[in-house]
Design a protein. Sequence first.
Length: 256
Amino acid sequence: MKYLGVLILILLLAIASLFVGLQMGKGQLNQAEESQSNQLSKTPTSEGVTSLPSELAIESSHLVSELKQEVLQLKQQLAEKNSLIDAMNSSMGLLEQQVELAYTEIDQVTEQTHDSPFHPEPDSISTDQANQWVPENFANAIASQQGDMVALFKRHHQADTNQEWATEREQALKDSFALSEYADMVNITSVNCKTSTCEVRGEELEPNGWMLVSQRLQETSLSKNASTWTYLIGNEEGETLIHMLSEVDDSTVENQ
């Protein structure tokens, strides 16, 4: 009987332990389920996972659209520049053609001028023609020249005389020569003026005499608005002859 009570007590203790163990296991199971549930709640849902690639896709689409717009703008700018270059090339081509035509016309005019029988020859004069106006030693020197000097020589001797202007001009030239500090280095033998031109003839008495005298003449008002041509002539006797032609602007003559 004694042993039966002990056995019953042991059985009761075992049942109580089993019950307690079952309760503890159930509590641990509940804690494990709650922990797993919490972890799942913290993990992004399938909707959140799929929303991220969707946003990236939208941003990528916008970026691609912007890039396409920039590419289109660049293509348009390139097309405009190409059109401008084509227009410039076309203009350059026309300009080159015009230049070539201009050169061709110049060459044709030049050839016609040189070949034309109407092309004016430089003014010239024979010794006999010049000798009717100046002494022979001067005439020989003038006949050896041509061009503007001869044209001025002819114009002077063929012109009418403006007596008032000619007289005043001749006296002014004579005074200028006489008052020069180098007057004794030259001998002026003739001063003749017409309407707007004057001719001076003489000889050098010392080397460079005329150069010094004419320099002083250039410093006076007589050289204003006047173009002057001078020729020094050496003869067989060793003398140096002076021949000067000057022409005054017609407007200056009229205002005097």
